[in-house]
Design a binder for this molecule. Structure first.
Ligand code: PMP
Length: 322
């Protein structure tokens, strides 16, 4: 779907996947006015297909657009575009289990010009790809690197928007994590470098027995839809679920004294991933016994059962396509 200043959204079309031809002076290539989303369509037990909370992705896409001086795409158009593509690609939705059809809606400046200003022309596109189970051989805990040299986002910055620049800025820290033998980066706050924010592409949860806590939305972390869903699902299962503030010292101390029983990350791609070990310039510890925890696995099962249609959709989160 195209957007042009003065005209609004126009010319929606469903076309075969093909390369785009980009002008070398395309504004996105230079000024990175670009945003995206990620959501999944799951095969349901009766053979139909459904997406999980697409209206939440549409709302976050609008929030990202506002932050990046881009036009807001109405939720109906966002969802209609995803639905049209899924219907076209229905055969590509895997038949069962954790596998899904991953959808990537995105928008970028399509205008040509070399002046720094908000563009007047944009293109909204949705592409899709089948995604296998994130852990084909069984859930495996990840190792994380606490990044003290780099920050992902600052107050007043773009941390709460799903914009390409945030990911570009995170790559050097991801490479640093890998050089220390870690799978993922954990981002800390930009001022004191001690408040836990989030992981590279997932939010974090800390489990204290039957209480689970996730870092509060400070404006510099992404408001994950999985994070939000788990606050509700955990309460449904009888846990206390809340937002809070946790430092790296709290993490290390509470793991040592045994009050912090499990830590996990959550996001659309991996659903829920246990954290098994933590490293930084100054510390190195195993989280709990390094194995996936009970609460982590129970929440993972509950969320996946809901998404794959194996439990009742009590919150009206599933969007059926028939
Ligand atoms: N944080 C970041 C930086 C992400 O890229 C993602 C993935 N969208 C998340 C958190 C998790 O968000 P969601 O649960 O909506 O996938």
């Amino acid at each position: 779907i195209k957007w042009t200043e003065g005209r609004g959204w126009h010319d929606a079309e469903l076309v075969p996947y093909a390369p785009l031809s980009i002008d070398p002076a395309n504004m996105t290539l230079h000024y990175a006015q670009t945003i995206f989303e990620g959501l999944k369509a799951y095969r349901q037990p009766d053979g139909t297909v459904a997406t999980f909370r697409p209206e939440a992705n549409a709302a976050r896409f609008q929030a990202s657009a506002r932050r990046m001086a881009m036009p807001e795409l109405p939720s109906e158009l966002f969802i209609e575009a995803c639905d049209a593509l899924i219907k076209q690609d229905r055969a590509w939705v895997p038949d069962s289990g954790e596998a899904s059809l991953y959808l990537r809606p995105f928008m970028f400046a399509s205008e040509v010009g070399l002046g720094v200003r908000p563009a007047n022309e944009f293109l909204f596109i949705v592409i899709a790809s089948p995604a296998g189970a994130y852990f084909p051989g069984g859930v495996k805990p990840v190792s994380v690197w606490l990044s003290e040299d780099y920050v992902r986002a600052v107050k007043g910055g773009t941390g709460a928007a799903k914009t390409g620049g945030n990911y570009a800025a995170s790559l050097v820290a991801q490479a640093q994590a890998a050089s220390h033998g870690c799978d993922q980066v954990v981002w800390l706050d930009a001022v004191e470098h001690r408040w836990i924010e989030e992981m590279g592409g997932m939010n974090l949860y800390f489990v204290y027995g039957d209480r689970i806590v996730t870092p509060e939305l400070t404006g510099s972390l992404l408001p994950g839809i999985t994070r939000d869903s788990l606050l509700t699902i955990a309460r449904d299962l009888g846990y206390t679920a809340e937002e809070g503030r946790i430092t790296t010292e709290d993490w290390k101390r509470d793991n040592e004294n045994g009050t912090l029983t499990e830590v996990f990350a959550c996001g659309t791609a991996a659903v829920i991933t246990p954290v098994g070990s933590v490293k930084s310039e100054r510390a190195n510890w195993t989280q709990g016994d390094g194995e996936p925890g009970q609460v982590t696995m129970r929440l993972r099962k509950a969320l996946l059962e809901l998404q794959t249609g194996h439990s009742a959709d009590t919150h009206g989160w599933m969007h059926p396509l028939g």
